[in-house]
Design a protein around this ligand. Structure first.
Ligand code: ZN
Length: 202
C-alpha cells in the first residue's frame, strides 16, 4: 500500500524524475498553459537569470515530458501576438538552461525550431551591422555587428547530435539567442540603444 501510494505520488508530483528542480517544474507548468512570463532586464530578480550562465540539459531532461511542455510554452510565448518575436532563449522565461527556439527564415515556410544545448563552433566571413531588439528589453533597439555565417552544433528534440551551417538573418538570430545562454544581451554589443519611436538614427 505504501509503495503504491509512493508510486502514485511520484507520478503526480514528478518525483524529481525529470531532472528539473521543484521551482523550475512550477514555472514550466503543464501542456496547454500557453505563453510564459518574460524575464525583463529592468527587474532585479529577472536580471540575475538573464545575466547568469545557462546549464546544459542532461539526457534525462532532454527525454522528459517536461522538456516538451517547456518547448511548447516557449513557442507559445515567442509567437504570442504581443511578443511577435523571431527567437527566444530559456533564461528569458526564467529557466537557466541551454535551450533556444529560432525562426528559420532560411527554410521553406519559416518554421520555428527547437535547439537543445546549441553552440556556435565557428564564425565565417564578414560582419554585418543590423537592427536588433529583445523580448526582455521591450521598447528599444540597437545596431549590432554580427557574423553573416555561423556553424552551430546542437541536439535535436529527438536526441540526435547535429552540425549545421547557418546563413543570413537566421544566423543573426542564432547569435542573439545563444548569447542569452551566456548571460550576454545585445545591449552589451552596441554603443547606444534607441527607443522604438526612433525610426532613424539621429
Ligand atoms: Zn533577446
Amino acid at each position: 500500500m505504501i509503495i503504491i501510494y509512493f508510486l502514485m505520488h511520484c507520478m503526480l508530483a514528478g518525483c524529481g524524475n525529470t531532472g528539473f528542480a521543484e521551482n523550475e517544474l512550477k514555472l514550466i507548468g503543464k501542456s496547454g498553459d500557453g505563453s510564459m512570463r518574460l524575464c525583463l532586464v529592468g527587474n532585479y530578480a529577472d536580471s540575475l537569470i538573464l545575466r547568469g550562465k545557462a546549464k546544459e540539459l542532461t539526457e534525462h531532461q532532454i527525454n522528459s515530458e517536461k522538456l516538451k511542455t517547456l518547448a511548447e510554452r516557449m513557442l507559445a510565448t515567442v509567437t504570442a501576438p504581443e511578443n511577435d518575436g523571431v527567437g527566444i532563449a530559456a533564461p528569458q522565461v526564467g529557466l537557466p538552461y541551454r535551450l533556444v527556439i529560432v525562426q528559420r527564415f532560411d527554410k521553406q515556410g519559416e518554421p520555428f525550431e527547437l535547439f537543445i544545448n546549441p553552440r556556435i563552433t565557428s564564425y565565417i566571413g564578414d560582419l554585418s551591422e543590423g537592427r536588433e531588439g529583445c523580448l526582455s528589453i521591450p521598447g528599444y533597439w540597437g545596431l549590432v555587428k554580427r557574423a553573416v555565417t555561423v556553424c552551430i552544433s546542437y541536439t535535436t528534440p529527438e536526441g540526435e547530435q547535429r552540425d549545421e551551417k547557418i546563413e543570413g538573418f537566421t544566423a543573426i538570430i542564432f547569435q542573439h539567442e545563444i548569447d542569452h545562454l551566456d548571460g550576454i544581451l545585445y545591449t552589451d554589443r552596441t554603443e547606444k540603444v534607441y527607443p522604438d519611436e526612433t525610426e532613424d538614427i539621429p
